[in-house]
Design a protein around this ligand. Structure first.
Ligand SMILES: Cc1cc2nc3c(=O)[nH]c(=O)nc-3n(C[C@H](O)[C@H](O)[C@H](O)COP(=O)(O)O)c2cc1C
Length: 242
């Protein structure tokens, strides 16, 4: 039996509820408890194997006087994680593209700079990104159910700085060639790529929400790519491979 990290007192309580302890590394459980704990009980193949195993244990005299089997306890490693600063150091070493995620139209336009935009699936075409649950774009994003992901390049330095410094809303669109896309989302007309998406899935993960969009329209241009690395923006230089 796999045991999650927990206090010794809590573990003893849990064992007492379903059986009894048998030394440091084992417990005594009735076959019906084991069946109850299994995700596979009821499946014909599992039941046959399980009954054979109990029969074998009985034939060897391994069942106690109450007909209970002896189950080995395996202790799962503690759920240790790195500190937030170690996490950030590692993430600073991950080069990533920079995109402006936008939604809303007219006076209601909102947007946010993300480096978490990622390709998910080609068929159906889907991309995703992670939005902090406190981010000011979140409400509009979920309410409108759509977004545009605009991949930014060297030409978009002012777009990036305005998005990062201006208050949420129209002020973030003061720089750059923004136009309303076919799907009522703000599209940067000279972005390296723009993807107009309908949100098909959201999922909370720690501090962030995964937002997945099905791509309804794309446009590409030949702007010069940039990556975010070690808390700065870098241009790309082709690597000589021979
Ligand atoms: C290069 C870069 C990448 C970022 N990537 C993300 C991201 O993927 N997800 C996210 O929620 N915030 C990301 N942020 C932070 C947001 O752009 C924004 O500054 C922060 O969430 C505060 O947002 P608000 O004023 O839009 O509410 C990134 C910031 C920078 C500078």
């Amino acid at each position: 039996m796999l045991v999650d990290p927990q206090s010794p007192a809590r573990l003893e309580q849990a064992i007492a509820r379903i059986g009894s302890r048998d030394g440091a590394g084992h417990v005594r459980l009735s076959p019906s408890v084991l069946r109850f704990l299994s995700d596979h009980a009821g499946a014909a193949e599992w039941e046959a194997d399980f009954n054979a195993m109990i029969g074998y244990a009985a034939s060897k005299g391994w069942l106690d006087d109450q007909g209970r089997v002896r189950a080995h306890l395996t202790f799962r490693e503690a759920d240790e994680v790195v500190s937030e600063s170690d996490f950030k150091s590692a993430m600073r070493a991950l080069p990533a593209g920079i995109s402006a995620v936008t939604c809303g139209s007219g006076d209601e336009m909102v947007g946010m700079i993300v480096s978490s935009l990622t390709s998910i699936s080609a068929d159906p075409p889907m991309v995703g990104f992670f939005a902090h649950q406190n981010s000011s774009i979140r409400a509009k994003l979920l309410e409108s159910g759509r977004f545009a992901a605009n991949v930014l390049g060297e030409e978009h330095h002012d777009v990036i700085s305005t998005f990062l410094s201006a208050p949420q809303g129209l002020a973030r669109f003061a720089n750059g060639s923004w136009a309303e896309g076919d799907h009522q989302v703000p599209v940067l007309t000279d972005a390296l790529a723009s993807m107009e998406c309908d949100i098909v899935c959201t999922h909370p993960l720690g501090t962030h929400d995964l937002i997945v969009g099905k791509i309804r329209k794309t446009a590409c241009s030949s702007a010069n790519p940039v990556v975010h690395f070690n808390a700065a923006t870098h241009s790309l230089v082709p690597v000589q491979t021979h």
